[in-house]
Design a protein. Structure first.
Length: 347
């Protein structure tokens, strides 16, 4: 099965999507002839995303690029029937109310905290996201951040480039294998991280909304207790009102001066000012962050710290995964406008 004729170089991403979403779920798809009528459907892209995604939307729909139309509501509001956003730019109540013909929001991300789900339910607007296809990449990156932080890989790189190695060996780092790993949120990504940590002989424990006894990991009923019993605390839960600033001063103090924090979830999971204070005061051993509260702004106090690794929100940023995510975004839109079942419905 293929979505419909596409370039040869698209084969990899299409195959990835097929691996995650079985053929029987996609088999309802309509023949290519039906796609012709979709070319007039206005799809609002909220911000620049994947060029592959833009090209695929251009082939099938009538994409409107929000960043090119500062007064778009006055000129395009009645033609927009779909919105495509991502982890940083979604659809708030004001935008949704300003699009009277809006039927579906298809997010180019797993996170949907930038979408007003209550408003969508109220108005009968469908919402989809892109779970599963990015799980492995984000889990890989979490392990990469742990290794980079504990083994001081970024510092080592700078040490060699500055030619300091010629004058003496680099100082000792910290071992990863065998360290206790606590995971805050044992969903798809958290579970994938746990399996990778097991390969490093790390005992794994977790905090989640509910106990998951079938996975065999130790459960702690509070985040503070999880942090107290972890050398490494990995944040991998969804962002909700309940999980905003779930990593606060109490959690950081429980993790302690030898503990490290890894955040591949969402920036607002961590109280950023408290994190800065804990690191600069030596109450926390280190942090490796792929996400921040006010992206792309990063607290300048973190820049000079050697016990910090900073990444520009690249957890799912591989060619293979972004193309598979784009395929899923487009497939959900096609299914909706053909009257078929959505592949990954949220609302």
């Amino acid at each position: 099965f293929t979505f419909y004729p596409r370039r040869a170089q698209d084969t990899l991403s299409s195959s990835l999507c097929h691996l995650v979403y079985p053929t029987h779920l996609l088999a309802n798809f309509f023949p290519f002839e039906k796609l012709e009528s979709m070319e007039s459907i206005g799809v609002l892209m909220m911000c620049p995303m994947s060029s592959y995604l833009e090209n695929e939307l251009q082939k099938r729909f009538n994409p409107v690029r929000f960043w090119n139309f500062p007064v778009f509501l006055e000129t395009h509001r009645n033609s927009i029937r779909a919105v495509v956003g991502n982890a940083s730019t979604g659809a708030d109540a004001e935008l949704i109310d300003g699009l009277p013909k809006l039927e579906i929001i298809s997010s180019f991300s797993v996170g949907i905290d930038k979408i007003d789900l209550g408003k969508c339910k109220e108005k009968g607007i469908r919402v989809t996201n892109t779970p599963d296809v990015l799980t492995e990449d984000v889990a890989d990156l979490a392990i990469g951040l742990i290794l980079a932080l504990l083994r001081r890989l970024c510092e080592c790189d700078r040490y060699v480039r500055s030619r300091k190695w010629e004058y003496g060996d680099f100082q000792l780092a910290t071992k990863f294998s065998g360290k206790s790993v606590g995971i805050l949120g044992l969903g798809r990504i958290g579970t994938a991280i746990a399996k990778r940590a097991e390969a490093f002989s790390c005992p794994v424990s977790y905090y989640s909304r509910r106990v998951k006894p079938d996975l065999g990991y130790k459960y702690y009923p509070t985040v503070v207790e999880l942090a107290q019993n972890s050398d490494i605390l990995v944040v991998a839960c969804p962002l909700t009102d309940e999980t905003r600033h779930i990593v606060n001063r109490h959690v950081m103090d429980a993790l302690g001066a030898k503990g490290v924090l890894i955040n591949i979830g969402r920036g607002p999971h961590v109280d950023e000012q408290e994190l800065v204070n804990a690191l600069t005061e030596g109450r926390l051993g280190g942090a490796a962050l792929d996400v921040f509260e006010q992206e792309p702004h990063v607290p300048e106090e973190l820049f000079p710290l050697e016990n910090v690794v900073l990444l520009p929100h690249v957890g799912s940023s591989t060619v293979e995964t972004e193309n598979a995510m784009a395929d899923l975004v487009v497939a959900n839109l096609e299914a909706h406008f053909a009257g078929k079942s959505l592949l990954t419905p949220v609302v």
